[in-house]
Every structure is written in structure tokens, then in C-alpha cells.
Design a protein around this ligand. Structure first.
Ligand SMILES: *Cc1c(COP(=O)(O)O)cnc(C)c1O
Length: 363
């Protein structure tokens, strides 16, 4: 069997360091908001290239709190995509604001920046692009629109740790950048975790209060926040793993390159990398007309695949009450054709060849 992802091999590679680290935290007797979180926040800011980082409970909370501290709520509109993980859009809804969907590009699967401006109204407060699959959205035109219309930009970088846009790490370009450390992400905890990065001191301080009941000093509360903190143990683990992120991303890029070479001239649509982009291949997503058949055939031959995502957010039961949006043609089409092949830093060339051989037989 060729698994979709392989966290066991990853762990085997760093198990000694992890054991030492976890024991150190256990022995310290300090488990919430201590030195480990502080150090990881410093390391992560340095890596991404922002002044501040605020560790939280998940990528979902990172997005929720990012919108919250910008004051986005009832009556406001936030421009985003429907072709994403549900949690991107949930963050808008949980703040009482309205998501306004823009279609995606058929090749990068990220927001089509040429279609944003006509969706801007006097209620629009922010643009929330998603760097989907590890490929950056086209940030420069987004930042220009944001400046022109006085909008905030929140980057959903939950699938793009280390991805670059014109040499800058994603997450560092908008007002706030949100990352998830869900176990299977390019940088994953052994459980849940997330972080918000920013260059704005005031926003960072507000985030630090918001993640901790709205309180910066014990038993003194400024406003009502939530309990959404990155655990000390997870922060310590993430500090170890962060050292390997560049190397692991490099391996993912090699895997993608090998897939690309072996799959060219098969008629299958392959992922692309724009000139402005450094793709980190959180997922390796191909596209073909006979997707369901291909997925079943691969499954029968012991190759695990997944679909990211089979139903766009605006088609989810939870979102039907928002009403149908007719201008999401690409979004509606690609979800029937996309297929995510096994992708992680430890796939061997032989495994890739095996996968490609099966694909060629079916296609
Ligand atoms: C994983 C992910 C999230 C949510 O992160 P969690 O840590 O699972 O809450 C949000 N947006 C995107 C694009 C994601 O891939």
C-alpha cells in the first residue's frame, strides 16, 4: 500500500529530539503560555519575516481571531473563495460577517484577482485569499485593491508554511497571516495548533489578550475573549520541527518535480508554479475528466488518494441559506476533476513510478 501521507517516517527521523523535548516540558511543570510558546513565537516570526506571532489553538481560531481583532462583524463583507477548506469561510461566519465568493484560477486554484474588484461594495471590509495546496495567491494586485478601497488583507496560509511570493514568505504580506499546525500540514504539531503573524504591534497585543479570555493579566479582563492557546508541549515540538521545514519543503518540491516529469504528455492536467511563486506542495493535485474512475482504480491498486475538496463551501448544507452564487464556474467544475496524489517528503522515486504506471494504465 502507498499511503497518502506518512507521519510515522517523519517521527522516526526526529524521535530522539522529540522525546527529549517532551520530557523537558513535562519536567518543567508549566504547560500553558510559558517560555516554550514565547520562544516558538519568536522563531516562527523570524522564519516568516514578521515582527510578531501569536500562538493559538488551531488554524481555524487563527482565522477567527484575525477577523475579530480587525473588528470585522455583523453587516460586514469579506471577499474570499469557495474552493477552500470550510474553516476559511467559517471564520467569517463565526464573526457574524458575510462571505462574498470570488471564483478561482483554473491552474493555480487560488483566487482570480481579476474578479475581485467587481465584488467590492461599501460593506466590504477585508479580502481573505487562501494560498491553496501550498501555492501563493497573487498578492500584489490584492494589496493594491486593498489600498485603493481601504480594506484589510488576511492571508490564509494554513497550507503554505514556507511558500514564497516574489521572495517574501506568505503570511507576511497582508495585515495578518494565519497558519495551522494540524498534524498533516507541512509544519504540524502532534495535535492541534495554529498561529497568527503580523507586523502590527497593537494587533499582536490584542490577539494575545483575545486568545486568553480577553485578559493579559491574571483576573483582570479588558473584554470577552476565548480560550485558544497553543500548548507548551506543542510549541516545544513545533520548535524542533521548524528547523526541518525548509528541508522537508525542498523534498516535497523534488517529489512534485518527479511527478511532473513522469506525468507529462499523459493528458492529465498537472499543478503549475507561477513565476512569482515558490510552491511548497502541501498537496499535489492533478486534474482529469475521469477522476472518480481513476481514484477507484488507484485504490484497487493500493494507492491512497484524496479530494481537496469535493464540495465547494457555498454548496455545503451549512451554507445553502446564503443563496446560490452563479459566477463560480471554475469552482463548480474543478471539484469534479481534481485528485490529490500521495505527497510527503519521504515518497521514493520507485513509489512515484509505481503510482504513475497505474495512472497511465487507467488514463
Ligand atoms: C487546515 C486549514 C484550516 C484550518 O486549520 P485547523 O488547524 O485544522 O483548524 C484553514 N484553512 C485551510 C486552507 C486549511 O487547510
Amino acid at each position: 500500500m502507498i499511503p497518502f501521507i506518512d507521519l510515522k517516517t517523519e517521527y522516526a527521523e526526529i524521535s530522539e529530539e522529540i522525546t527529549e523535548t517532551v520530557q523537558r516540558v513535562l519536567k518543567s511543570g508549566w504547560f500553558i503560555l510559558g517560555e516554550e510558546v514565547k520562544r516558538f513565537e519568536e522563531d516562527f516570526s523570524k522564519y516568516i519575516g514578521t515582527k510578531y506571532s501569536v500562538g493559538v489553538n488551531s488554524g481555524s481560531d487563527a482565522l477567527f481571531l484575525a477577523l475579530k481583532v480587525l473588528g470585522i462583524g455583523k453587516g460586514d463583507e469579506v471577499i474570499t473563495v469557495s474552493h477552500t477548506f470550510i474553516s476559511t469561510v467559517d471564520a467569517i461566519m463565526r464573526n457574524g460577517a458575510r462571505p462574498v465568493f470570488v471564483d478561482i484560477e483554473p491552474d493555480t486554484y487560488c483566487i482570480d484577482v481579476s474578479k475581485i474588484e467587481k465584488k467590492i461594495t461599501n460593506k466590504t471590509k477585508a479580502i481573505l485569499p487562501v494560498h491553496l495546496y501550498g501555492h501563493p495567491a497573487d498578492m500584489e494586485p490584492i494589496m493594491k485593491l486593498a489600498e485603493k478601497y481601504n480594506l484589510f488583507v488576511i492571508e490564509d496560509a494554513c497550507q503554505a508554511h514556507g511558500a514564497e511570493y516574489k521572495g517574501k514568505k506568505v503570511g507576511s504580506i497582508g495585515d495578518l497571516g494565519c497558519f495551522s499546525f494540524y498534524a498533516v500540514k507541512n509544519l504540524g504539531a502532534y495535535g492541534d495548533g495554529g498561529i497568527v503573524v503580523t507586523n502590527d504591534k497593537e494587533l499582536a497585543e490584542k490577539l494575545k489578550k483575545f486568545r486568553n479570555y480577553g485578559s493579559s493579566q491574571k483576573y483582570h479582563q479588558d473584554f470577552i475573549g476565548i480560550n485558544s492557546r497553543l500548548d507548551e508541549i506543542q510549541a516545544a515540538i513545533l520548535r524542533v520541527k521548524l528547523k526541518y521545514l525548509e528541508e522537508w519543503n525542498k523534498k516535497r518540491r523534488i517529489v512534485a518535480n518527479t511527478y511532473n516529469n513522469q506525468l507529462k504528455n499523459t493528458g492529465i492536467i498537472l499543478p503549475i508554479e507561477r513565476n512569482f511563486a515558490k510552491h511548497v506542495y502541501h498537496l499535489y493535485v492533478i486534474r482529469c475528466k475521469n477522476r472518480d474512475m481513476l481514484q477507484q482504480y488507484l485504490q484497487k491498486n493500493g494507492i491512497q488518494t484524496q479530494i481537496h475538496y469535493p464540495i465547494p463551501v457555498h454548496r455545503q448544507k451549512a451554507y445553502l441559506r446564503l443563496g446560490h452564487d452563479s459566477c463560480l464556474t471554475i469552482t463548480e467544475n474543478v471539484c469534479n476533476e481534481i485528485l490529490s496524489l500521495p505527497m510527503h517528503p519521504w515518497i521514493s522515486e520507485e513509489e512515484i513510478s509505481q503510482i504513475v504506471e497505474v495512472i497511465k494504465k487507467c488514463h
